[in-house]
Design a protein around this ligand. Structure first.
Ligand code: RFL
Ligand code: PHB
Length: 393
């Protein structure tokens, strides 16, 4: 049996940000990842980084390509009832966001960590976590078809919604909250110039649409789709026609279309499990909470969890302090719940939930109110750029 200080399950953003932060402090980690490196590096997911996430990548030295190719955004647009209204994030919240894909963030963190001698075991799933109530919790994992054990001081469940981390916590020690939305997002990635320089979130009687991007030549678009719908039901032309119908006339006319590089459907869910700790097992990122993507918060919440968790682990190893580890779940969850609330509210405001025309008119009235008021635009801007991290030391 081998031993490490911090065993990390999952090489998504949460696991990689944690491993890199601890490595820079001389704390040993081993990451287990059930997928291959190639698979992890080609998953298309989130696209918008909050300032706090950008700052974290800078501190970790994972910012070279982001500085060169990431696109800073000072505003985004809300489209409704044939109108297009801009939310000026710089004016109303004093900051902006960075458009830089999760795929690229993951690639950079993996390369940095491996180059620095960090250990990531790909295609090595954790199958169980044992003795988490003791000071020697163990990760049971598979490597090349052989079952092995790693003894750790702490185990980090950074293994996403379907991972083994949360499932290890006894049901009577965990309280979960969940809402499944009655629709999904059908997304397309294409090598076409974005329809606008900024993101457009569109409320339409036919359903929600979002215009996003990965670069000046690569676009990412989404449309609200029916539950149970399948990618096979959609040709590229069908997608572009439906997107066009949901955009304001000017954007619809200037939309440049092209063949898909990728098309996928994501379900929408709000989920929280608390507390984010059981004994010496800690949860971070999607393992503990899921948001619908409307507020672009999923990846950023994984980063804020790691902001708190890494400080707690560093205080333990450098000063033998356990108080921050004890407060981690409570402090991280305070920020998580605010992002859960914003993502739920923005989703409710922008999507079609029923054929009831009153519901639609209420959404339009709320959007009209929000975009016509400084207080409303401040709410839209300060939540979107990301709420501040609490002092934690
Ligand atoms: P991740 O990225 O899911 O990483 C977890 C990793 O754990 C691995 N794993 C295991 N490894 C070893 N042993 C096991 N037993 C394991 N079980 C699981 C998995 O293979 C995986 O590599 O979680 P993390 O690090 O918490 O990061 C969270 C973000 O990835 C997530 O919040 C966002 O990507 C959510 N999300 C989106 N967020 C947005 O803001 N905008 C988006 O457009 C957006 N699109 C998406 C998304 C999430 C998706 N998922 C999870 C299905 C699209 C999709 C399809
Ligand atoms: C994306 O570019 O994939 C994206 C952007 C903003 C969101 C969700 C997804 O709210």
């Amino acid at each position: 049996m081998t031993r490490t200080q911090v065993g990390i399950i999952g090489s998504g953003p949460a696991g990689l940000l944690l491993a890199r932060t601890l490595h820079l402090q001389g704390i040993d980690t081993v990451i287990f990842e059930r997928q291959s490196r190639d698979y992890v590096e080609s998953r298309i997911r989130a696209g918008v980084l909050e300032k706090g996430t950008v700052d974290m990548l800078r501190t970790l030295g994972a910012d070279q390509r982001m500085n060169k190719f990431g696109i800073p955004h000072d505003g985004y647009a809300l489209a409704f009832n044939g109108r297009l209204e801009r939310v000026d994030m710089a004016k109303y919240a004093g900051d902006g966001v960075m458009v830089w894909g999760q795929t690229e963030v993951t690639r950079d963190l993996i390369a940095l960590h491996l180059d620095a001698g960090g250990i990531i075991k790909y295609e090595s799933p954790a199958i169980a976590i044992e003795d988490v109530e003791t000071s020697s919790p163990k990760i049971i994992y598979e490597e090349d078809g052989v079952t092995k054990t790693l003894v750790c001081d702490f185990v980090m469940g950074c293994d996403g919604y379907h991972g083994v981390g949360r499932q290890t916590i006894p049901a009577d020690k965990l309280k979960t909250y969940e809402k499944i939305y009655p629709f999904g997002w059908l997304g397309i990635l294409s090598d076409t110039p974005p329809v606008d320089e900024e993101l457009i979130y569109a409320n339409h009687e036919r359903g929600f649409a979002l215009c996003s991007m990965r670069s000046h030549t690569r676009s990412r678009y989404y449309i609200q789709s029916e539950l149970g719908d399948k990618v096979e039901n959609w040709t590229d032309d069908m997608f572009w026609d439906e997107l066009r119908r949901r955009l304001p006339p000017h954007a619809a006319e200037s939309l440049v279309t092209g063949p898909r590089l990728e098309m996928s459907i994501a379900p929408l869910r709000s989920f929280v499990a608390e507390p984010m700790r059981y004994g010496n097992l800690f949860l971070a990122g999607d393992a503990a909470h899921i948001v619908p993507p409307t507020g672009a918060k999923g990846l950023n919440l994984a980063a804020s969890d790691i902001f708190y968790l890494s400080r707690a682990l560093i205080a333990f190893y450098s000063e033998k302090r356990t108080d921050l580890l004890d407060r981690y779940s409570e402090v991280a969850l305070r920020r998580v719940w605010k992002a859960i609330r914003f993502s739920w509210w923005f989703t409710t405001l922008m999507h079609k939930f029923s054929d009831d025309s009153l519901d639609y008119r209420l959404q339009v009235a709320e959007l009209d109110y929000l975009t016509g008021s400084d207080a409303g635009k401040t709410v839209m801007a300060e939540n979107y750029i990301g709420l501040p991290f609490e002092e934690f030391e």
